[in-house]
Ligand binder design. Structure first.
Ligand code: SIN
Ligand code: CO
Length: 371
């Protein structure tokens, strides 16, 4: 991606400028960011996805001011002519190549932060109510129109009489009506309310993920150890004296535990490996279809569901880590960044790396790239 080139997608800013000036800082409204773009899915396709139990979906209705939330699978949607409902379908990038392609336009942000593409479809007046999100979001109007009202308000009190997180005292400061092709970027913590203007409103949300410190630590700690690892030094207490209070935890055991945890974090590459594996772990709803080894003379591309990252010494794919060096490392990094290798690049892989690539195509993580 040309990170220093101005682009209509970011209102004439380059990705580099956008990140400096807006990312996590200021909203940005972009008229015709995606001029003429067709939604990656029609209402019919979204309804079919929402009916599946391996797709995350929600139906929000506010008929006569009565807010209701239903989690999918959703067998039947209300009629488009009936105002006041919206269907939200998560993870479209896992299911549709067109949705993955739209998400790929945002790869000027590290993949480790990019989460998924959600699509919402709404009848006139449909929306999820004024709320906060704790993540950055690009809201792309893909069909129909939606009125967005936003505010930088501090008052975060929520209503306690509805099944959704709706702000009790929303005080909008700015208002924009988005037409198909327009986009609104919001940093985390901005109050916002999007209401469909007319039927057939389809909005895409490019979502990001941010780890909370404690949750990340809890996820990484068990991953710091390999199955083959030695059990390590055994706790020993030759100085332990007889105790009159047998239930008290010995101070020496607490010290031993602290040293064990510190040593685990400091093992060379263990934390890097744990982080890479955790960040590329597929979501619970993702499954891969097994394939054949890569045919000779073919290029390869990552399956749209695959998550691939790398650091200085390792590559990570779908929750697993692999060590790579020299030319193989450069090619694997290229596969992660470009999400594809040409036939010529595949031919440059060592026999060992080529075997790995075949294994990945058999697992369905990598697909042959039609030339
Ligand atoms: C929507 O598309 O209706 C909701 C998106 C959001 O406000 O986060
Ligand atoms: Co939101």
């Amino acid at each position: 991606m040309q990170i220093d080139h101005p682009t209509p997608m970011l209102a004439g800013l380059s990705p580099a400028q956008f990140m400096r000036q807006h990312w996590q800082k200021q909203p940005l409204l972009v008229r015709q960011a995606f001029a003429g773009a067709a939604p990656p899915a029609t209402l019919k396709a979204l309804a079919a996805l929402a009916a599946r139990d391996d797709v995350e979906s929600r139906l929000v209705t506010a008929f006569d001011g009565d807010w209701q939330l239903r989690h999918g699978p959703i067998a039947r949607l209300p009629a488009m002519a009936k105002p006041g409902w919206t269907l939200l379908v998560q993870g479209l990038d896992q299911h549709l190549a067109e949705a993955r392609a739209l998400l790929d336009r945002f790869r000027f942000v590290p993949d480790a932060r990019l989460d998924d593409l959600m699509l919402s479809v709404a009848s006139d007046g449909g929306g999820v109510g004024p709320h906060f999100d704790s993540y950055d979001v690009f809201l792309i109007q893909l069909a129909g129109r939606r009125r967005w009202r936003i505010a930088a308000q501090q008052d975060a009190v929520l209503r306690d009489d509805v099944p959704l997180k709706i702000i009790a005292n929303f005080k909008p400061e700015q208002e924009f009506v988005l037409d198909a092709g327009d986009m609104l970027y919001l940093p985390p913590g901005w109050a916002h309310d999007g209401v469909a203007v007319g039927p057939g409103c389809i909005t895409g949300s490019v979502g990001f993920r941010a780890s909370a410190a404690q949750a990340l630590a809890a996820e990484l700690l068990p991953r710091l150890f390999d199955e083959g690892d030695e059990a390590g030094e055994l706790y020993a207490d030759p100085q332990q004296q007889a105790v009159a209070a047998p239930a008290r935890v010995p101070a020496a055991l607490l010290d031993f535990a602290r040293r064990a945890v510190e040593a685990a974090v400091q093992r060379p590459e263990a934390l890097e490996r744990a982080l890479g594996e955790a960040l590329t772990e597929p979501k619970a709803t993702v499954w891969f279809e097994p394939g054949e080894p890569l045919p000779p003379g073919q290029g390869a591309c990552l399956d749209r569901r695959s998550r691939m990252l790398y650091d200085a010494t390792q590559v990570f794919l779908n929750g697993e880590s692999f060590r790579a060096g020299g030319r193989d490392a450069a090619l694997m990094q290229r596969l992660a960044d470009a999400r594809a290798l040409t036939a010529a690049e595949v031919a440059e892989l060592s026999a060992e790396a080529r075997e790995l690539l075949d294994q990945w195509t058999e697992d369905g993580w990598v697909q042959p790239q039609p030339s």
